[in-house]
Design a protein around this ligand. Structure first.
Ligand code: DGJ
Length: 726
């Protein structure tokens, strides 16, 4: 059984793959965290006394000693002075909480979270769930700590549900999803940090005493910091070392970080950002935290990533596209920006079809009078001056060409210059009498309002109702300012950020359920909301607006720490690159984009015949390997953060097929022998290199490696497709 309770020890044992997680019910009624790490058979020592031994007896008997104990879900005000996971305020203004053990429940399977995305099971025998019930008797607040353990994966998911069983309302000021105490601080903290067009860059630093955290206050998970955090033992690399990682299934403001205390212990936490947050919990009501996904790996970052990937591909993403090969698309954005019309789109789609594309996507600029980023968001009706005959005539053309049709929308936004805003100026997020700050000339619709949510569901459903739209790119291009909701009373104004996200999830759930055959891709000026919350509704994300192969290597490498290749949309674009002006070879742009979910956004009618042949060949190559990239296991071989090269390998679960990519950034003369050692293959099998007569043993490829060609010129790359022949 993955979860069991030892009555004598008062210990809960959670066993997830090669991981154990142990919780103890102390005699005081507080939950004590005992262990998270490599699988154990049992824990027989009395840790309560181990922690108290060096202390004087008088401390042992008092709550004051709480700050010396590892806590399972620490609260504020009764003796633990480290950062709490929970803090509330009662009607009398006091902020002390005292959650103590009441009882527990273990059951097969996993419950969905009310109103929030979460990982799931397809049958009850895949996982077990432990619910530990805690109670603050003074005010009648119940906390249900929920832990799900997947039998086959080293994954534990955690969340907390609060129920006010008291007679008075209270305010939750802080309610994190997970908190784990470690007995030492010999760790590095790894986060995925960046900016617009520079998302998910790996940042690693040693822990020091005090708090070190990342967060978003933007009401979006953000490109500045991803809701992902990991503690690594020093020296951890792709294959070696202990890693303890947390990722939040949430798309709004979050906090994630570690605190090292006076005794050198470490507290790792993740959850909704308590900054500018509070939630009024009336008597009889509940509050659900988002889910934290916790992965422990005893074999470095590679195993950690493969665990996240497998969970997200199979038990977070949903719908008919979850297990389907994704189409190769051509997107109109960098080809024509807002300057689109039916003739241009149709002629580009014709070219695309000839080259082997499967889907044509019309990006921004097709609705209202949207000729630039200054107007029309909210007016989701076709601009017939650009598209005479509307979507229907355009899609008729696509049908004739024989290519699928996809469309761009940004439903959460409104332009002040729009019919929608003129009719409903109160529908946007704003604070009465304060200036409404614009970003990209737009405001955010107030999704804490039911009427606004219903409007969006209705209007976007109309756009998609032809039944002939195969793909939707759901964009979101600004963060929240003047965060206020006109319909919320004063004591609920700080709920606006979370209520917005709940409204967004409700809308996404309604629309994706209504149109189960459409492939949805989320986007937030690129990877500004690349998080597991989005992946629950939309199984792929536009990784970055930066399409330069050079910078994309770093962005995709960082993204791949938590998120699978199938979720990472990656396009070949024109040169000089529109974001940074760099010129890279078409071949390399292809290889880098093939590291994810492959597409293009360049004018494919412009290149020379030779380049068109190259594009055709790239498309054919990706078609022959995409089942490996999209559904296989990833092995990162060389980090673009550490040197002049980047290399990675995808291999099918049965290890019968693999594809290897290698890119060198700056050329060098007269270098040492060029060898790339592989990983993830079956050492006992022979692999042929497709398109050649070369055959090598898996053991040879792992231990000696492949010979890399000598490149002349910057940003050159190569790829090998390997097939087991026995
Ligand atoms: C931002 C996206 O990231 C781009 O790909 C493009 O869709 C534009 N928005 C359109 O306005």
């Amino acid at each position: 059984m993955p979860i069991h309770y030892n009555e004598k020890q008062r210990n809960f044992y959670l066993e997830a793959g090669s991981t154990s997680y142990v919780i103890h019910i102390a005699g005081t009624g507080y939950l004590q965290h005992i262990y998270w790490g490599k699988r154990l058979r049992s824990v027989d020592q009395d840790f309560f006394h181990a922690y108290f031994k060096p202390l004087e007896d008088e401390f042992v008997t008092d709550n004051y000693a709480l700050t010396t104990l590892p806590q399972e879900y620490p609260t504020f005000g009764t003796g633990d002075f480290r950062t709490p996971a929970f803090e509330m305020q009662l009607e009398n203004g006091t902020t002390v909480s005292d959650l103590k053990y009441v009882n527990y429940k273990i059951f097969d399977g996993k419950k969905p979270l009310d109103g929030l995305p979460s990982c799931y099971t397809e049958s009850d025998c895949e996982a077990q769930t432990l619910e530990i019930i805690l109670m603050d008797k003074l005010c009648g607040l119940k906390a249900v700590l929920s832990y799900t353990v997947y039998n086959e994966m080293g994954v534990i998911t955690r969340s907390v549900r609060f129920e006010n069983e008291g007679v008075k309302a209270l305010k939750i000021n802080r309610a994190l999803s997970a908190s784990v105490d470690f007995t030492d601080h010999s760790f590095e903290l790894l986060t995925l940090s960046g900016a617009w067009a520079r998302e998910t860059h790996i940042d690693r630093r040693a822990l020091v005493p005090g708090i070190q955290k990342v967060e978003s206050k933007r009401c979006a998970s953000s490109p500045q910091q991803n809701p992902f955090v990991a503690l690594l033992r020093p020296g951890t690399d792709e294959e070696n070392g202990d890693v303890y990682a947390m990722n939040l299934v949430y798309s709004g403001s979050f906090t994630a970080g570690a605190e090292v205390d006076e005794f050198g212990t470490t507290r790792l936490q993740i959850g909704i950002n308590p900054f500018d947050f509070s939630w009024k919990l009336e008597s009889g009501k509940w509050f659900q935290t988002p889910e934290a996904v916790m992965v422990y790996s005893d074999c470095g970052l590679g195993k950690m990533s493969r665990t996240f990937h497998s969970l997200y591909r199979n038990r977070l993403c949903r719908g008919s596209w979850r297990d389907k090969i994704r189409p190769i698309l051509l997107n109109s954005w960098e080809v024509m920006y807002f300057d689109l019309n039916k003739d241009k789109l149709t002629s580009l789609a014709k070219q695309a079809k000839q080259l082997g594309f499967e889907l044509f996507v019309m990006d921004d600029g097709w609705f209202g009078h949207r000729n630039d980023a200054k107007s029309s968001l909210g007016d989701w009706y076709v601009d017939e001056t650009k598209l005479p005959g509307g979507l229907s005539a355009l899609i008729d053309g696509m049908d004739e060409i024989g290519i699928g049709f996809g469309i761009w929308v940004e439903p959460e936004m409104v332009s002040p210059d729009s019919d929608l805003y003129r009719a409903h100026p109160d529908w946007c997020i704003h604070v009465p009498d304060r200036y409404r700050t614009l970003k990209r000339n737009q405001l955010i619709l107030d999704l804490s309002r039911d009427d606004v949510c219903e409007f969006i569901i209705d209007i976007i459903s109309k756009v998609l109702s032809s039944g002939r739209v195969r793909y939707v790119k759901w964009d979101m291009n600004r963060n929240m300012t003047e965060a206020g909701g006109e319909l919320l009373p004063p004591d609920k104004q700080r709920e606006i950020g979370h209520r917005y996200i709940l409204g967004l999830y409700r809308i996404m759930d309604a629309i994706t359920s209504k149109f189960p055959d459409i492939l949805f891709e989320s986007c937030a000026s690129g990877g500004g909301r690349f998080d597991p919350g989005m992946l629950y509704y939309m199984p792929q994300t536009w990784t970055s607006d930066n399409t330069d192969a050079g910078e994309r290597m770093n962005i995709q490498y960082g993204t791949s720490l938590a998120y699978p290749a199938v979720a990472m949309a990656a396009h070949v674009s024109d040169v000089p690159n529109h974001q940074n002006g760099r010129i890279t070879p078409l071949e390399t742009r292809g290889f880098v984009a093939m590291g994810g979910n492959f597409g293009y956004e360049m004018d494919v009618s412009k290149p020379s015949d030779q380049e068109k042949e190259e594009i055709k060949a790239q498309i054919e190559y990706y078609k022959s390997i995409r089942h490996i990239v999209q559904f296989g296991d990833l092995y990162r071989l060389q980090s673009p953060y550490e040197g002049n090269t980047s290399a990675w390998l995808n291999v099918t679960a049965d290890k019968s097929e693999a594809v290897v990519f290698h890119v060198k950034k700056l050329t060098e003369c007269n270098v040492k022998i060029r060898i790339l050692k592989l990983a993830g293959l079956d050492p006992s099998r022979q692999y042929s290199v497709v398109g050649t007569d070369e055959v090598y043993g898996g053991d040879e490829l792992i231990n000696i490696g492949l010979i890399i060609p000598a490149f002349k010129g910057d940003f050159k790359g190569c790829s090998w497709h390997l097939k087991a022949i026995d």
